[in-house]
Ligand binder design. Structure first.
Ligand code: C2E
Ligand code: MG
Ligand code: MG
Length: 569
């Protein structure tokens, strides 16, 4: 660029200036872009041609872009401060690429406080910056794949966690990809091949994500992805599908017989529940391990903090139940089963409760654990005996014409001594066996069918009836029903739940009720909560109803009060 139009009286002899020996650039200029003084280094830096260094730059076209940017930045920086030290400026070079400048500058005012001129000392720090960038690249990027390394990944998750706490609408997911059988492949085909495989997998995953997502190599054969701005899990599934498809396509085209190369995927979504990136990565690892055990096509497992908490709780409860020798903190509630036409209590179902510390643990949580740990044996005995005792007591006290439904676990039904134990309890408590109905689920018949059948029949001989609980949730083969020694069907509450909005549920329920009654079973519809559901049940004269609409499960004292009331009427 040529600088023309010298201002008269200004000396055009900067080359002799001592400043010319400085490697640092120096310049002084007026707010209207008149260059008053500058040294050789400045001209090198800005690309201005310095035939006549004290020059006025007549119009914008002739101004060096670098000078213009620099001058504007100095004007901004010194607007309030008058002088600034070490501010950094990244500029596009006119010849292409970028340069970094480190600048000390000041604004010199005139007697009226108006800017007389600006002065700046400028250092070109581009080389330094490039070295720093290279160093930081080596610190934060994986040299084999060029992806972010684990440290940078952790950093990005940390930022995502902070953002998602402030702005709930931005949802993030962390995916962990594990290259299946990588170690074997490495041993078999050699390290170079292994490295190529890793680079290829890295590039494939990268190509399936968006620019804004972070893709990292988190361990030797593991990759992490931080996805942002997600609406739902479907977007994650799409990305995973894409990765599988691309990997499949590329490996099946290779010569080596390695088309079994694939990745297992663990997903944490959303990550909002977490406080530390390490916890996110730990759970992502757990999710990947679980994904390895799955057979689904996506080879993927979603994991949530809530599930982990549940799993932990499960473990600690199971440790407690494993140690448990007595049933002192268990008790029974009683939920009335009513005749819908007159609201009369027809029977009760006993529901076991566990008071564990200050909490009441629901049976849906502890029964499966009790079954796993074998504690169900002891607990089941308690439930039957306590039910017998209570029923006998109500019989005596209120002459109560009610029956008691008692839940029996499939695990109890395969115990060879089950019938004898029940018989002993009947005897000990003096209860009339015909007042009892044992509820079993279909899964009971899937175990040792012969044994279960034998035990049920042995108990029935003494007058206890059987009821098929949660009917409609298991395999529910209607023809199978013919072979089961039961007197009662309890329709699962999922049918009732869907009654109002699902025509098919209504049709199905109507037919089940009709078949059930025609086959001579008494029928209890479970989980009725609203009048609108009752309205859709059809002929109520043949049904019994259990549900919050009539009663929630009651304590033994409240159930007794109900019976007392009935007796008085
Ligand atoms: P279940 O035998 O099907 O018992 C009915 C469950 O439905 C009870 O839950 C009851 O409180 C609930 N329920 C009743 N009416 C309604 C309603 O209108 N709406 C809703 N949302 N729920 C209703 P609970 O007490 O939590 O028991 C859950 C399950 O635990 C029982 O299902 C049963 O499978 C098992 N269980 C309970 N007590 C025992 C027991 O003594 N022994 C065994 N082996 N299992 C038991
Ligand atoms: Mg039940
Ligand atoms: Mg049920």
């Amino acid at each position: 660029m040529q600088l023309t139009a010298l201002k008269t009286g200004e000396k055009a002899m900067l080359s002799h200036d001592i400043l010319d020996n400085f490697s640092e650039g120096f310049c002084r200029w007026t707010p209207d872009w008149r260059l008053l003084k500058a040294n050789a280094a400045f001209f090198r830096l800005t690309g201005l041609k310095a035939e006549s260094p004290f020059s006025e730059i007549p119009d914008a076209d002739k101004r060096s872009f670098t000078f213009y940017e620099l001058g504007s930045a100095v004007a901004r920086q010194t607007e309030n401060l008058d002088s600034v030290d070490n501010f950094e400026l990244r500029l596009a070079r006119e010849t292409g690429g970028h340069c970094w400048l480190n600048i000390n500058a000041r604004r010199v005012p005139d007697a009226n406080g108006q800017t007389s001129y600006y002065e700046a000392y400028i250092r070109d720090t581009t080389d330094l910056k490039l070295r720093e960038a290279e160093l930081s690249h080596r610190t934060f990027y994986d040299h084999l794949t060029g992806l972010a390394n684990r440290d940078l990944f952790v950093d990005r998750i940390q930022m995502a966690l902070q953002t998602s706490k402030r702005r709930k609408e931005i949802r993030y997911a962390v995916l962990s990809f594990d290259l299946r059988h990588f170690k074997t492949i490495n041993q078999h085909y050699g390290r170079s091949f292994g490295n190529m495989l890793l680079r290829h997998t890295a590039a494939t995953i990268r190509s399936c994500c968006r620019e804004a997502d972070t893709v990292a190599r988190t361990a030797s054969d593991e990759f992490g992805v931080l996805l942002q701005g997600l609406e739902d899990g479907a977007q994650i599934v799409k990305i995973i599908k894409r990765v599988h498809a691309k990997l499949n396509a590329s490996f099946s085209a290779w010569e080596q017989n390695i088309n079994s190369v694939t990745v297992d995927v663990g997903v944490i979504f959303p990550i909002t529940d977490y406080n530390k990136p390490e916890s996110v990565l730990r759970d992502a690892d757990i999710a990947v391990e679980r994904a390895k055990g799955t057979r689904n096509q996506l080879r993927c497992k979603f994991f949530s903090r809530r599930r982990l908490e549940e799993a932990r709780k499960h473990l600690s409860l199971s440790a407690v139940l494993q140690e448990k020798r007595n049933v002192e903190d268990f008790y029974l509630d009683y939920q009335p089963i009513v005749r819908p036409l007159d609201g009369e209590v027809h029977s009760f179902e006993t529901l076991v409760r566990w008071k564990h510390g200050d909490a009441i643990v629901p049976p849906s949580v502890f029964i499966p654990i009790a079954e796993e740990t074998g504690f169900i044996d002891r607990l089941g005995d308690f439930v039957i005996e306590e039910s017998c005792r209570q029923m006998h007591c109500w019989q005596e006290k209120y002459d109560a014409n009610v029956r008691l439904h008692v839940n029996i676990s499939p695990h109890q039904l395969v115990i060879p001594t089950f019938p004898e134990k029940v018989l002993a309890m009947l005897y000990r408590t003096g209860v009339d066996a015909s007042r009892l109905l044992f509820e079993v689920t279909e899964s009971a018949f899937l175990r040792d069918f012969e044994r279960v059948l034998y035990n049920i029949n042995a108990v029935r001989k003494h007058g206890i009836q059987f009821c098929l609980d949660d009917f409609g949730t298991g395999y529910s083969s209607l023809s199978y029903l013919r072979h089961l020694p039961i007197e009662c069907l309890k329709i699962d509450r999922s049918f009732v739940n869907d009654l109002e909005r699902d025509e098919k549920s209504r049709i199905l329920l109507r037919h089940i009720l009709s078949i059930g009654t025609d086959m001579g079973y008494s029928i209890v519809v479970e989980g009725v909560e609203r009048q609108t559901q009752i309205n859709l049940l059809g002929d109520l004269s043949r049904l019994l109803i259990q549900g919050y609409y009539f009663y929630r499960p009651l304590s033994a004292v409240s159930a007794a009060a109900l019976l007392e009331l009935r007796k008085e009427q």
